[in-house]
Write a protein that binds this ligand. Structure first.
Ligand code: CP3
Length: 347
């Protein structure tokens, strides 16, 4: 059903082509740095309602495309929807971030039958198909989910912004149960991504925001293995869309992640040295990311120079211009425009 349209530059990059002016999008490009988003957001009771209202979510997905002409649109949703669908009562408290009813055992993650979990998220699939029909032909639509480990961190800790020590401790003190939790999350995530693929996304992305600071054997077990499970399952369900993996903070484990998980492309955080990534990653594997969101706030000549440096560094491989993490609410619109212009004028 997903006919590859040759004009979609971002999709073509994921399929292995390299361009002098790489395609560009930004993680968290929709959201609070845009006044039009804040206006739209005021129409929904809470953030979850917003994500589950296709008309609002479609509009939020399209806003950064209209304003900046990005090459990629990311589905407007959240990595925590799946936990809510699993019965964990996800809330977003103003100024405090997300809260989740703690699920610190595999039993707690199995309360809601898998089919119900997947069907509860149907408004998201509706958003995907409506967005695809309204997007410019040349814009690549990216669907996404959180990686099992990052979603498990929220489930176990009940909130974000922690040291994650409760979740990380479980990798040692209750390893078998953590592995079982990751397996349940991997399976649900795969079915969820399959639905997004069927609804019309061109590519998929897995956010592993909390992949940092893990011993190498633990990283293998709780990041690489569950990610591979998701990728293998998604493929076994017949999904052919490229998959971008973003193990933020993975450091020197990134090449192993790139080789062993089966993802098509990898996201680079801001701390990843450009030359090192180029040498260490498989030849021809597409990369995305790296620009520090703080430099995007700061702006100026230093921003332009760094953008040029990143594009030059990845000249010889497929490259999608992006940040090393998400756009923050303080980001000036003019700075995003400056980056888009710099990338589009690269020679
Ligand atoms: O442009 C886009 O990227 C829109 C879609 C999107 C959102 N969240 C919307 C959102 C995506 C891809 C995400 C991913 C996400 N969500 C991640 C992975 C990326 C990362 O940042 O590491 C994570 C860890 C979450 C969990 C989450 N959602 C947190 C911690 C928060 C609260 C902190 C914050 O930034 O507000 C959210 C809320 C959230 N998700 C908002 C948006 C636009 C803000 C909610 C609001 O409008 O009030």
């Amino acid at each position: 059903m997903n006919v590859t349209t040759p004009s979609r530059k971002l999709l073509r990059t994921l399929q292995g082509e390299a361009f002098e002016q790489p395609p560009i999008w930004m993680m968290r490009q929709a959201g609070r740095h845009l006044p039009e988003y804040l206006e739209l957001r005021s129409r929904a009771r809470d953030f979850l309602d917003f994500c589950y209202s296709p008309s609002l979510a479609v509009e939020a997905t399209l806003q950064p495309i209209r304003r900046y002409g990005m090459d990629g649109a990311i589905l407007f949703a959240d990595i925590l929807l799946i936990l809510d669908a699993m019965g964990r009562n996800v809330r977003f408290i103003k100024g405090e971030g997300p809260r989740v009813d703690v699920a610190d055992s595999v039993e707690a993650l199995k309360v809601v039958p898998m089919e119900t979990v997947i069907s509860r998220m149907s408004p998201v699939y509706e958003t995907v198909s409506r967005v695809r029909s309204q997007l410019p032909e040349e814009t690549t639509l990216i669907g996404f989910a959180g990686s099992p480990w990052t979603v498990a961190v929220y489930a176990i800790e009940g909130k974000g912004g922690t040291t994650k020590s409760t979740a990380r401790m479980k990798a040692f003190s209750d390893a078998e149960d953590l592995d079982a939790m990751l397996e349940v999350l991997a399976e649900a995530t795969a079915y969820y991504l399959k639905q997004q693929a069927d609804a019309g996304v061109d590519a998929l992305m897995l956010f592993d925001s909390w992949a940092e600071g893990l011993p190498d054997d633990v990283f293998e077990r709780i990041v690489i293995k569950p990610t591979k499970m998701v990728v293998d399952k998604v493929r076994s369900l017949g999904v052919t869309q490229p998959i971008i993996g973003f193990p933020r903070g993975s450091g020197v484990m990134l090449p192993r992640y790139a080789q062993e998980t089966g993802v098509t492309a990898v996201g680079l955080d801001s701390a990843t040295p450009l030359d090192w990534a180029n040498e260490a990653l498989p030849q021809g594997m597409p990369v995305q990311g790296n620009l520090d969101p703080l430099l995007l706030i700061a702006g100026g000549d230093m921003l332009t120079q760094r953008v040029r440096k990143i594009v030059h560094a990845f000249r010889d491989r497929p490259h999608i211009f992006n940040l090393g993490h998400g756009v923050t609410p303080e980001t000036p619109i003019a700075h995003v425009e400056q980056v888009v212009k710099t990338v589009r004028e690269m020679t």
